[in-house]
Write a protein that binds this ligand. Structure first.
Ligand code: NAD
Length: 503
């Protein structure tokens, strides 16, 4: 059943406002290529208004209305948001699928994750009240020192299109828990559910200006946030190329940034693994969310002696993936987000072919789907380490395969990348898994699995995959500033200078 996409404006200071230039950007359903609505296209002037609203909310009533209110007070709003997301789960999931092309079952699971993430940070907001004024043990007797954890200020949260509401939640929930006020800038390719989050905030009566949602193009609506003098921090998730721009702009004001960027993560498969179990994790690790996951384990490293048998299994498992309209029951591979991304992925595949790689499976539009940006799950062999298909993030359902003969060679190949987000190892030998865990240069290691993600555990990468960690307590720390408070408690004067003579 068709779900109408609500028509929304910008959400600033607790109300819907038309962008100053009244421009809109069409929303295209990637599974049908049809225009299903539009979003407001903000400009720098709209961003200024949103920043003003967030700043006013931050300082309102000397902070007592939000930023210096108790964590317990803020937790009530986070729980109310969580409850309302759950209540609207089915509608939100459908909107997410229409906007992104991801299978509906995935979108439902994303909405549940959003609700649980808001709830988790409600608990951390309450716990924050107990972590204030923690005494620091110091050596001098005449001083006493404690630490305050304060919200960092007005934060700009810039997010991508692959998990629109979930990536926003990973930022909004901890930012609000910490007492920050925020401007969320979702991707112009998928803003719908973030706008519904704004509507939820309005309905739970979140104090106005605490969360503002500004939609629009990255270069027009996103860029002014990185360089804005009244934005105190940028939390960014997106490509490494945009991350560089954000960090460069923020550096001019020494503005802190946390960056969740791209990846090209390896999965290492050894001879003692159950090959069917390993095959399912391998295709899940690369083809889930249509392969558009920053942490996708898109480089398969398999031991030479089992490679032929394992690849046969991979092809069999890939054949079982249901590719269809993402709204259809049982769909496991939907449409790529946009025509631009579709063309980019196809061009990576054809370049690999022309460089001598073999398309073992897939590599084309599925024959039964004439419309929509669909690409078959694709497995590529005969890949060299210099090929772009091996080195660059494809962000589509494309798995590249290389073989190895020793554990050391596997580790060397795994680390031969500019990125360092995730890595997976599939083996029954847990000592080997531990050796590999230590040796791989990545922020996350999965043993005998790929891609699971938990509210409580840190998420983020090394090298060009980013700076900082989201989720867990680390996610909250991103939005807190540490203030040292020191009392001089002695009765004695300092005595460093000679006291001036009395006149
Ligand atoms: P993108 O870099 O094109 O855009 C991300 C966001 O930045 C969008 O909201 C966009 O409008 C905005 N933007 C663009 N130019 C900007 C500028 N000059 N200043 C400020 N903002 C600007 O990324 P994308 O295509 O939306 O998302 C895909 C990328 O995100 C992939 O590289 C993927 O690996 C990465 N990603 C990383 C993680 C992670 O946790 N590490 C999670 C999801 C996605």
């Amino acid at each position: 059943m068709a779900v109408p996409v609500p028509s929304r404006q910008l959400f600033i200071a607790g109300e819907w406002r038309e962008p100053l230039l009244e421009k809109r950007i069409p929303i295209i359903n990637p599974a049908t290529e049809e225009i299903v609505g539009d979003i407001a296209a903000a400009t720098a002037e709209d961003v200024d208004m949103a920043v003003d609203a967030a700043r006013t909310a931050f300082f309102s009533n000397e902070g007592k209305d939000w930023s210096s209110a108790s964590g317990a007070y803020r937790a009530k709003f986070l729980r109310a948001i969580s409850d309302m997301i759950l209540e609207r789960k089915s509608l939100l999931a459908k909107l997410e699928t229409i906007d992104t092309g991801k299978p509906l079952d995935e979108a439902i699971s994303d909405m549940e994750s959003c609700a649980s993430c808001f709830k988790y940070y409600a608990e951390l907001a309450e716990a924050l009240d107990l972590k204030q004024k923690i005494t620091v043990s110091i050596q001098q007797q005449s001083f006493k020192t404690h630490v305050l954890k304060e919200p960092i200020g007005v934060v700009a949260l810039i997010t991508p299109w692959n998990y629109p509401l979930l990536m926003a939640t990973w930022k909004v929930a901890p930012a609000l828990a910490a007492g920050c006020t925020a401007i969320l800038k979702p991707s112009e390719l998928a803003s719908v559910t973030c706008l519904e989050l704004a509507e939820i905030c309005r309905q739970v009566a979140l104090p106005s200006g605490v969360l503002n949602v500004v939609t629009g193009l990255g270069s027009v609506a996103g860029a002014p946030m990185s360089s804005h003098p009244h934005v105190d921090k940028i939390a960014f998730t997106g490509s490494t190329a945009t991350g560089i721009k954000v960090m460069t702009a923020a550096a001019q004001l020494i503005k802190p940034v946390s960056l969740e960027l791209g990846g090209k993560s390896p999965i290492l498969v050894f001879e003692d693994a159950d090959l069917d179990t390993a095959a399912e994790w391998t295709i899940f690790g690369c083809f889930f969310t249509n392969g558009q996951i920053c942490s996708a384990t898109s480089r398969l490293l398999v031991l030479e002696s089992i490679a032929a048998e394992f690849l046969e299994k991979l092809v069999d498992w890939s054949k079982s993936i249901k590719i269809s309209d993402p709204m259809e029951e049982g769909c496991r591979l939907g449409a790529i987000i946009s025509e631009g991304q579709y063309e980019k992925i196809m061009s990576f595949i054809s370049t690999a072919k022309s460089e001598g790689a073999t398309i073992l499976y897939g590599g084309a539009r599925p024959q039964h789907l004439k419309k929509g940006f669909f690409i078959e799950p694709t497995i590529i062999t005969d890949v060299s380490t210099s090929m772009s298909i091996w080195r660059e993030e494809i962000f589509g359902p494309v798995l590249c395969v290389k073989t190895f003969t020793t554990e050391n060679e596997a580790i060397e190949l795994a680390n031969d990348t500019d990125y360092g987000l995730g890595a997976a190892v599939i083996s029954k030998d847990l000592e080997r898994c531990e050796r590999i865990t230590k040796a791989v240069q990545s922020g996350i290691v999965w043993i005998n699995c790929s891609q699971p993600c938990f509210n409580e555990a840190p998420w983020g990468g090394n090298k060009r995959s980013g700076i900082g960690r989201e989720l867990g307590e680390w996610g909250l720390e991103n939005y807190l500033s540490i203030k040292q408070v020191t009392h001089y408690t002695s009765e004695k004067p300092l005595g460093w200078y000679s006291a001036p003579r009395k006149q």
